[in-house]
Design a protein around this ligand. Structure first.
Ligand SMILES: *Cc1c(COP(=O)(O)O)cnc(C)c1O
Length: 468
């Protein structure tokens, strides 16, 4: 991509040096890809060699709080700012600590999928969503242009707000909602040549709706458009949509990935290449979408990840697989208990056999690198569930207010059990009509089960339900 005539020999010297480094890095990535999920999660790209040669032997990845990088001379600076060599420049563009997190996530989400991946880490889950969709909602011709995207109606409240207010009301972009995202025919009926992408959240927060990832990827690709999926609730330990050809995966790192609850963050991971008809002069747009977004729109829009937050995420992520196994197993016990309780009229949990979407989720949600003893992976469904309390909404509030161990907060994905009433918290802005359509009634309590002994959580729920 470089034009030798434009850059002086000093600049090209740095480019040549960088090429050697990149060859080494490719080899290193190829080596790491042969390792198991847990090993990649624990080590990522940070090696003993790098620790000893560059970081005083530090066992843990270094935290670079400095906002900017210094260069050896003007040639290196020019090469860096023209993106001719790998560099971090300035924390709004890149940062060495964030870089380690980006690579771990790219490798975990691409783990044994057969695809190469790239990743961008952002300040929050919402900014990852904004950057992914805005980069695909760009103008393609002069004058008025009709564009739309097709999305599941059952979304995280913040995403719903972003789509309806920031995209539909402010920008006039048409959103074609799919009411039942498990119904492929409904998606099919909504797409036309002006559709820029399909957007799903699965499992959805809090309703636990789910989609046929494989069928939707095929559908999107038959129109040469990308399939975007927010799989925050699954995490790469339980589902890797890229294995089915998904183009872009979104995570709120704030949730289960940073289960310790000390940092906010988001991630956009893309398959190389993505399906798209959009014309962009930069070949990275199609070939490595996450990198394209990182080098250009992310830099220009500014939702930079904080390096300290990246380190918190990186640290929590190391044990992601075993944690998701544990909290999923705990959730199964709690969901079983709740589904037997006479004061509870509905429990939504993908792991319950009685739940309508159980069989669909069973195809996709499996604990990575697990073995049920018969050579098959073990199904695990995450730690988000919801239950509905009999009677008027005041009953649900009473149960909620009587919880003693379980925290009341609009938070989830924690190592600690946390409950909320979505209708008065995460889904408050949607309004009653949209909540009814999304099936978020005021009787619903969302519960995200932590790593406590599940018997204690069940006892807490039991005494709270006993207050009725
Ligand atoms: C929380 C959440 C988001 C938004 O993430 P933030 O980090 O809070 O910006 C997006 N999607 C899902 C499914 C979420 O749960």
């Amino acid at each position: 991509m470089t034009d030798d005539h434009l850059y002086g020999p000093g600049v090209m010297k740095y480019v040549k040096e960088a090429e050697k480094f990149l060859v080494q890095k490719e080899k290193q990535i190829a080596r790491i890809k042969k390792l198991k999920f847990d090993t990649i999660a624990v080590h990522g790209l940070y090696t003993v060699e790098e620790a000893l040669s560059q970081n005083q032997g530090s066992v843990i990845e270094p935290l670079y709080l400095a906002t900017a990088q210094a260069y050896r001379d003007s040639d290196e600076m020019e090469a860096a700012l023209a993106y001719l060599i790998p560099t971090w420049c300035y924390t709004r563009i890149a940062n060495p600590t964030t870089y380690y997190l980006e690579w771990v996530l790219a490798l975990l989400e691409g783990y044994q999928t057969g695809y190469d991946t790239s990743c961008l880490v952002t300040a929050s889950g919402m900014s990852a969503i904004m950057l992914a969709v805005d980069s695909l909602l760009v103008k393609q011709k002069e004058g008025a242009e009709k564009i739309n995207f097709v999305s599941s109606f059952q979304l995280y409240g913040g995403t719903f707000q972003h789509f309806t207010v920031r995209k539909m009301k402010e920008r006039g972009i048409e959103i074609r909602w799919v009411d039942h995202q498990d119904d492929v025919e409904e998606w099919k009926a909504k797409i036309d040549e002006n559709t820029r992408f399909l957007y799903s959240e699965a499992p959805s927060n809090p309703q636990q709706s789910f989609c046929d990832v494989k069928a939707l990827v095929e559908l999107a690709h038959s129109w040469e458009i990308p399939f975007i999926i927010d799989s925050t609730c699954a995490t790469p330990a339980l589902m890797r949509p890229i294995a089915y050809g998904a183009d872009i995966v979104i995570h709120s790192l704030t949730k289960s990935i940073t289960s310790g609850g000390l940092a906010i963050g988001g991630a956009l991971i893309s398959r190389k290449p993505i399906a798209t008809k959009i014309k962009n002069e930069n070949p990275l747009f199609k070939q490595s979408f996450a990198e394209y977004v990182k080098f250009l729109p992310y830099r220009d829009n500014g939702p930079a990840a904080a390096p300290l937050n990246a380190l918190f995420a990186l640290n929590d992520l190391r044990t992601l697989r075993s944690k998701m196994d544990l909290v999923s197993a705990n959730s199964e016990k709690v969901a079983e208990y709740l589904s037997q309780h006479p004061k509870v009229y509905q429990v939504d949990y993908l792991g319950l056999e009685s739940f309508s979407l159980h069989n669909l989720a069973k195809k996709f949600m499996k604990l990575v690198d697990s073995d049920d003893g018969k050579g098959k992976e073990v199904n695990r469904y995450g730690h988000l569930l919801s239950f509905r309390v009999d009677g008027p909404p005041q009953n649900a509030r009473k149960v909620f207010d009587n919880l003693k161990i379980i925290f009341r907060a609009g938070d989830m994905g924690r190592i600690k059990s946390i409950a909320t009433i979505p209708a008065i918290s995460t889904h408050l802005q949607q309004g009653e009509e949209a909540r009814a359509k999304a099936d978020v009634p005021p009787q619903m309590i969302r519960l995200c089960v932590g790593a406590e002994n599940p018997d204690d959580i069940i006892a807490d729920l039991d005494q709270a339900l006993g207050s009725l």
